[in-house]
Design a protein around this ligand. Sequence first.
Ligand code: CA
Ligand code: CA
Length: 231
Amino acid sequence: MFETESFKSMNFLRSLIPGLLLLCSSLATQGSIVNYHATGQFTSSDFPLDIAIGDRFSIDFSYDDSVLDSNPNNFGNFAGALRSLDFRLLPGFSTGQYAGGHLTVPGEVETIDGNGPLVPDRFYARADFGTFPPLGGYAFSGLLFVLDDPTDTSSITDSGGNPTLASVLNGPVVLSQFSQTTVRLDAVDKHGSAQGVVTSLTVVPEPVSGALMVLGASMLILLDRRRISRR
Ligand SMILES: [Ca+2]
Ligand SMILES: [Ca+2]
C-alpha cells in the first residue's frame, strides 16, 4: 500500500518536471529585467501650474541588464535597455496638475566608470518617447534620470570591451552610492524644464519570481495533502 502511494508521489513529481523546464526556458529567453520604484521631490520648475516646486513624484522603471555596451571606453551606451518608465506626481503631495505618462519606445541607459574629479561614476536613463503631456504648453522633449558619484567609488566598473549592463553595474543600483540624484523633464527647444532630486530607490521583485513562489507553495500544499491522505 505504502509502496504504491510513494510510487504515485514520484509519478506526480515527475509530471511536474516538463512544466518546470518550460518555465525555466521562458525565464532564460526573457533576459534579466530589473524593476525599480523611485520617489523624489521637485526643486525647480519653469511650469509651476504643471509641476510646482516641492511636488513629490514617483518613477517606476525597468531595464534589461543583458544589453551589451556599445562604447569601447569607460563610458557605457546601452541602446534600448530602458524597457519601461512611468512618471507620476504623487496626489496629496503635489499642487501641479501634470498627468504624468509612460515610455512607449525603449530608451537608452548610459553609464560612466569615472576616472577623476571631473568625471563622476554615473547611471543615466533617458525617456524620449511616451504618453507625456506638454509642459507649460510646449511639447514634452525628454525625461532624464541621472545618478552621479563624483568620488568614483560606486560599484560601476567598465574596463572596456562589450560587457553587459549587469556586469557594468555589478548588482542593482544603490541610491546611497550617489551624492547627486537628479530627475529632469524638458520641454522642446529649450522652452524650460522641471528638475528634482531622487530621494528613494528600491528594487521591485519581478512578477515571475512571485509566480515561482506561488508554484513552490502549491507544490508543498499538494505534497502535504498526499501525505495526510496516506494516514
Ligand atoms: Ca564602455
Ligand atoms: Ca567606479
